[in-house]
Design a protein around this ligand. Sequence first.
Ligand SMILES: *Cc1c(COP(=O)(O)O)cnc(C)c1O
Length: 398
Amino acid sequence: MTRPLSSQETIQLFQDYVIPNYNRFPVALVRGEDSYVWDSEGNRYLDFFPGWGCGLLGHCPAPVVEAVRRQLGELIHVPNTWYTEVQGQWAKALSQRSFGGQAFFCNSGTEANEAAIKLVRLHAQRPRYKIITFEGSFHGRTLGSLTATAQPKYHEGLGPLVAGFVYAPYGDLDAVEKLIDAETAAIMIEPIQGEGGVRLPPAGFLAGLRQLADQHGLLLVFDEVQTGCGRTGHWFGYQVFDVTPDIMTLAKAVSGSLAGGAMLARRDIAASLRPGMHAATFGGNPVAAAAGLAAIRMIEEQNLLERARQLGDLFRERFVALKQECELVRDVRVAGLMIGIELAIEGAATVRACMERGLLVNCTHGNVIRLLPAMTLSDEQLHQGCDILAEVIKSQAV
Ligand SMILES: *Cc1c(COP(=O)(O)O)cnc(C)c1O
């Protein structure tokens, strides 16, 4: 057998053969288990950001691994010209835990949002076609979702973008109302902005959008790619705020760490998607579906929604205490296991220093340390990681 490559040798492969469109840490990871990952040199890291939000159940959760292994031996992929029980069961499970709609399956968040954008346009009576989205949002990288993403830095060099998107400041209901005209078809929003810095909606904002949508005959679309599937300690982010959308998109954790995406839509709206209008070759494939179902079962059998809320409370306590003793911490925002610590300085050095001490965290929006930890985290791991993060942040204050 050939020996495994060192991190340095793997990095050389990337330099030679992989397009350099990501900033990567100079480390090659080889194995994961729960909230730990190991690199080629055998170093272990405590992972407070497993799989960029996809690892809600930690790395390689046993029930998902087992379901996938079983499914791989039975049927890996068939096109959507056939029925498979497992896709039907997955749709039922998602529908029953949300607003009773129907599902379309795809493979990623951006694809789920493209499906939502197309459904909005197909469902709307002309002249309606415009979609209002929000500054600081993130909806994905394909051109429709990218145009919906109201952050100029992601648009640079890519114009002309897709017509029909208008942007409102996040949290400003009056501005939204002013943007509504006879051509407006929908409002699309993340119930909590993720990439935009873990921004929570101001009180009454989402309810206000629901009201505006109802008054003006618009669809309300929630991008729950990051907030969905249990992340907030509720099945879906909209349940935290008690405001129900007409269409919801899911990905990241929806398929137990495998590639998967879904759009759920109210039945009367879903009826506007008829055969031939939209498709995804791998969408709802048996392996992704088996993994997604296993993830839902694991969350229920292990009571992990409640655990996520508990862990969120512990994180909040830790970081609120840190804020009181360290002026670098400007704000602490927590919704279950979606956690943002806004710093008075850029966060890149904090991320690097944590990694050197064996803790993986993320920085978004320049100065917000973002944690999307696993529901299976232990109290001990939580405190170990928080100790490291607190020491690192405090050491930057001097
Ligand atoms: C990650 C993310 C996306 C994009 O998902 P991909 O799977 O990378 O296409 C879209 N919306 C939100 C809210 C996200 O967090």
